[in-house]
Design a protein. Sequence first.
Length: 80
Amino acid sequence: MPDLTAKDVVVGAKQLKKAVNAGRAECVYLALNADPALTDPLAQLCGNLHIQITWVRSMAELGRACGIDVGAAAAAVIHR
């Protein structure tokens, strides 16, 4: 899992969806242990828009990579 703290990142499903729909997401990270009801629609949206998805082993791992103290189900590297 890359260190995402040095990049422009949005964390969380709602922020990720906004970034994807605005065309700002470069790549998306989704946690394998997150609720599929949350991650499956995001994965489908990204697939439809040809945005690369990287599946991460756990929400805790994704949260750490983003520099936050809690788990994260979804995150995206964005361009401004």
